[in-house]
Design a protein around this ligand. Structure first.
Ligand code: HDL
Ligand code: ZN
Length: 418
């Protein structure tokens, strides 16, 4: 039995922390881009500071009209963020602390470097070297992008073709197809896949061909959509019909997982632009119905509302074709990561993926993984000590196995890519 004073406790904790901090991770959802996409890959101090999380927080101290802020240059916006969130107030929020972590890990002291000095330092980097630097510091072995055939900024690079950077894999993002069908239909028609937006069998066939072609083109690891709290399935809504007639059959035919990110209320405050989205509690009986009706389809899911987290874990216990992942967006803060990771470990063991970075700026992988690794390690130490107290002492290789599972291995096994 493990007594409170057992010296093995400290050794166990040390082994777990070391393993979690050192195990390379597959970052399964980001908004980063292969360097071939040029300026779509954001990096450096100004992109860090104008991250939409920080813009939302800045407006809480700023009495400037929204459009006056948006008319500022990126540097001018960054200056405001730096002044308000880092000089006039302590950078105590998760996103603000993240900037400090990034600078510190890059070897920069923000107290001794003003913005011009920081800008000069970042200007000294070539993008490919900086990618290596950031991924090495974050111990990220693979980055999954978010790739949308509906994004006019992204398509030209796919159209011209490029030599893939093996560190970046793709995910096929299809939100417009499911939540803005009229616009999506226009694009599918202009690309020659459909001839009408009527929800007919020929339209469904054309839309499936569209998914097939794009999934092949980008070598998609999975198909992904974000849906509002009102999402309901089964049903007669265009979203539900297109999921039933297009996405699910496509995923069943190809074996590609379908990732549903549930609970985002888009443009709650449109004046905040990308920072204007909110959260709402989803009806997870829709996810339940999808998993129950389509046992051959692999479903990945992350939910935005804290109130939905326990339900998602219980659903995953009922359906082995459901793999919960990440502490998404507004839950990607220590308080909720702590709760969600313990819930998941206690209900699902290691059959889930605790985190993704959702990084929009390359440098962010450093803080998002630094902060999360410590929190995941805390939870694992607790659980292994509980296990030891119950009479089962994990070996070092078992701890390495479990951590590799949690940091991408279970995801790759679930997706059939291992
Ligand atoms: O829909 C998504 O993939 C979200 O992650 C949004 O991109 C959101 O703006 C975000 O960056 N969250 O972290
Ligand atoms: Zn995202």
């Amino acid at each position: 039995m493990l007594t409170v004073s057992d010296p093995r406790r400290d050794q166990l904790a040390l082994t777990v922390r070391k393993t979690v901090l050192e195990t390379p991770v597959f970052d399964i959802h980001t908004h980063l881009y292969d360097p071939a996409f040029g300026s779509l890959l954001l990096w450096g101090i100004d992109d860090l500071l104008v991250y939409h999380y920080l813009v939302a927080e800045t407006f809480r101290f700023l009495d400037l009209p929204y459009d006056a802020f948006w008319r500022l240059t990126k540097e001018e916006q960054a200056n405001r963020v730096w002044q308000l969130l880092f000089q006039d107030h302590s950078p105590i929020s998760e996103a603000a602390r993240g900037v400090i972590t990034v600078l510190n890990r890059l070897g920069l002291d923000p107290r001794r470097n003003d913005l011009p000095a920081l800008r000069a330092w970042f200007k000294g980097w070539k993008v490919n070297d900086f990618i290596s630097r950031c991924l090495d510091l974050a111990k990220v072995r693979l980055v999954c992008m978010t790739n949308s055939p509906f994004d006019p900024l992204e398509r030209p690079t796919w159209d011209t073709g490029f030599a893939r950077d093996p560190r970046f894999v793709a995910a096929l993002r299809i939100d417009p197809l499911l939540v803005a069908w009229p616009d999506a239909a226009t694009l599918l028609a202009s690309d020659g896949y459909i001839t009408s937006s009527d929800l007919s069998s020929s339209t469904f066939d054309g839309a499936r061909r569209f998914l097939t072609d794009w999934a092949l083109r980008i070598d998609a690891r999975y198909v992904m959509v974000s849906l509002p709290p009102s999402f309901s399935y089964p049903g007669s809504s265009t979203t539900a019909v297109l999921i039933e007639k297009v996405v699910v059959p496509f995923c069943e035919d190809t074996g590609l997982p379908f990732a549903l990110m549930l609970g985002v209320k888009r443009a709650v405050n449109p004046a905040l632009q990308l920072a204007g989205d909110g959260v709402g509690r989803s009806h997870l009986d829709s996810l339940e119905a999808l998993c129950a009706r389509h046992p051959k389809v692999r479903f990945l899911s992350t939910v935005l509302s804290l109130e939905n987290q326990h339900e998602l874990c219980v659903l995953a216990r009922k359906f082995r074709n459901l793999h919960p992942f990440g502490c998404w967006w507004f839950t990607n803060i220590p308080e909720t990561i702590r709760e969600m990771t313990r819930l998941r470990l206690e209900l699902l063991g290691t059959s889930f993926t605790p985190q993704h970075s959702d990084a929009r700026v390359l440098d962010q992988v450093i803080y998002k993984w630094d902060h999360s690794r410590h929190l995941i390690a805390d939870a694992l130490v607790e659980k292994y000590l509980d296990l030891a107290a119950s009479g089962w002492w994990p070996t070092d290789s078992e701890i390495r196995r479990d951590v590799a599972e949690l940091l991408g291995g279970a995801f790759e096994t679930f997706c059939g890519r291992r």
